[in-house]
Write a protein that binds this ligand. Structure first.
Ligand SMILES: NC(=O)c1ccc[n+]([C@@H]2O[C@H](COP(=O)([O-])OP(=O)(O)OC[C@H]3O[C@@H](n4cnc5c(N)ncnc54)[C@H](OP(=O)(O)O)[C@@H]3O)[C@@H](O)[C@H]2O)c1
Length: 501
């Protein structure tokens, strides 16, 4: 993080009685406070419809901080000082609710800078933005006026039309430079490190193209199921929940062209260009490029778990995918002909987010002339989580008189290299929003370009809504059909060995 401290501001969290506030937002704000990265004039208002007294609210937050904050940051005295800046206010999202909120903000904090965080379900995003605007809580954008900014949580839209509609509402109420659409993956150190790896080193960029790269694999696997939110997930599915956002951003940072500067415009311009270069997958090509599946009962971490259709809130005949794998191409000069394989799913064997660059094989004339045992091509693995780091696999000679060649994996690990775990993504993102830096947030055209790629996939799913999906056992690495997607191209899904910490 930059170490810069923002101007005094008040953070207003809507939906403050919820899970995101307790588990992620407050621990992150507390972490910033403990590190001295918040200004003296910082205040926090938790706003929600539930009636709750101040002490009960603070107690909930304290438990959340103790459970989630970085191990090195918990300190009762720091908490006490932090808690003094927090106030809970209950109210609705009608004109009266906003008027009372505006009045109390004016009385307690004066006409200062305001950062609003929409930690509510998405149905409330547009009404809250409009309510804030109509009540005069969006300050005019003049040089001497205090600022008002809005953070919008994921999911941003349910499809292209709803994302466009939400963008229109936001444009009417907050300008683009004041709108901070969060994808918390972009706040992860390892995701930002993709830019450093590619553009701060001379050795990777020259081989980062179709001449040397055979294919790219991106895996986002979860061990959790629907966690009591079956009703919500059944309307969402893996395509919307993970692929449209987290995976599209990873793909952009892996494959985009070098930006002309490290600023919000230049980086996001390149991301949008990349999204627009993705080859669409029309309905007639869906079956050969996309695999969707649902988890069946199985065992995860030694515990028996039910199948997706037996989860509470899931329709018995549901065809919502909990797993998706797809093959896509980036139609530009750098990547012509290089397949990008993406897979994500719930209830898989391990919780992993990895990018693997598989390089082309060397001519098999010198060391690996045996066609049955070809030399393993080089592989660069980027571990986004957990055990964050980078691994490079290359060939080495086994000591001895024979010319025996064997692959070896060289590892870099964040924790061992820097002596600490990378900070939580929300710390970085909340601080950046308070500083007005939108580099790590999603721009309106970016979110729409990602939906434009996903929209035909959703239409194809809709077309197939009467067909049962393949299944995979909970605790496995996904359906056989996803393996066949790779095998048809003579490849297989591969994860590099994770070094022991
Ligand atoms: N939880 C996570 O880890 C996570 C991760 C990434 C993104 N998100 C996103 O962050 C947002 C909040 O997540 P969450 O898990 O905290 O959600 P949540 O617990 O379901 O909801 C948060 C709060 O919103 C209020 N709320 C519920 N329905 C509402 C409605 N129709 N209108 C206005 N307020 C309503 C409720 O408070 P009151 O009834 O007291 O008003 C609730 O406590 C969601 O958009 C979610 O998709 C969450």
């Amino acid at each position: 993080m930059s170490g810069k401290v923002p101007d005094p501001f008040t953070l207003v969290i809507f939906g403050a009685s919820g899970d995101l506030t307790r588990r992620k937002l407050i621990p992150a704000v507390y972490g910033l406070f403990a590190d001295g990265l918040l200004p003296d004039g910082f205040r926090l208002v938790g706003y929600a419809r539930t009636e709750k007294n101040q002490d009960a609210f603070l107690e909930e937050l304290r438990e959340g901080v103790q459970a989630s904050a970085r191990a090195d940051s918990w300190d009762p005295q720091t908490w006490h000082a932090f808690a003094k800046r927090i106030r809970y206010q209950h109210g609705g999202y009608d004109a009266d609710g906003f008027r009372i909120l505006a009045k109390s903000l004016e009385q307690t904090h004066g006409p200062g800078n305001l950062l609003f965080d929409l930690a509510t379900p998405p149905v409330a995003f547009a009404p809250i933005a409009e309510g804030l605007h109509d009540t005069g809580l969006v300050h005019p954008e003049t040089p001497d006026a205090p600022w008002s900014r809005i953070i919008v949580e994921k999911p941003f839209g349910h499809d292209l039309a709803s994302a466009r509609e939400l963008n229109r509402t936001l444009r009417r109420t907050f300008s683009e430079t004041r709108t901070f659409r969060i994808d918390h993956y972009l706040g992860k150190e390892t995701v930002q490190n993709l830019l450093v790896l590619r553009f701060a080193n001379a050795i990777f960029e020259p081989v980062w193209n179709q001449k040397y790269v055979d294919h790219v694999q991106i895996t986002v696997s979860e061990t959790i199921g629907v966690e009591g939110r079956g009703g919500y997930y059944d309307q969402t599915g893996a395509l919307r929940d993970i692929l449209q956002n987290h995976m599209m951003h990873l793909l952009c940072l892996v494959a985009m062209e070098p930006p002309i500067a490290l600023d919000a415009h230049a980086i996001r311009d390149e991301k949008v260009k990349l999204l627009r270069a993705l080859r669409p997958i029309p309905q007639k090509c869906f079956a050969e490029n996309v695999v969707r599946a649902q988890y069946a009962a199985g065992a995860v971490g030694g515990e028996r778990v039910p199948g997706y259709r037996d989860e509470a809130g899931v329709a018995p005949g549901s065809v919502t995918e909990t797993y998706v794998a797809l093959k896509t191409f980036v139609d530009n000069w750098r990547w012509a002909g290089v397949p990008f394989y993406l897979r994500t799913g719930k209830r898989l064997a391990a919780r992993i987010t990895d990018v693997a660059i598989h390089f082309k094989p060397v001519p098999q004339v010198l060391f690996g002339a045996d066609a049955d045992h070809p030399l393993k091509p080089n592989q660069l693995g980027i571990r986004i989580q957990p055990n964050e780091g980078i691994s490079l696999q290359f060939q080495t000679k086994v000591p001895g008189p024979a010319m025996e060649v064997r692959p070896y994996q060289m590892d870099f690990g964040y924790a061992s290299a820097f002596g600490r775990e990378p900070p939580d993504a929300y710390e970085r993102l909340l601080l950046d929003a308070a500083l007005g830096d939108s580099t790590l947030f999603i721009r309106a055209d970016e979110v729409e370009a990602a939906w434009e790629f996903v929209e035909p996939l959703l239409e194809a799913c809709e077309h197939e809504k009467d067909k049962a999906l393949p299944t995979y056992a909970a605790g496995s690495w996904g359906p056989a059909e996803a393996d066949q997607l790779m095998e048809a191209d003579g490849r297989k899904w591969e994860l590099m060995k994770r070094p022991v910490r």
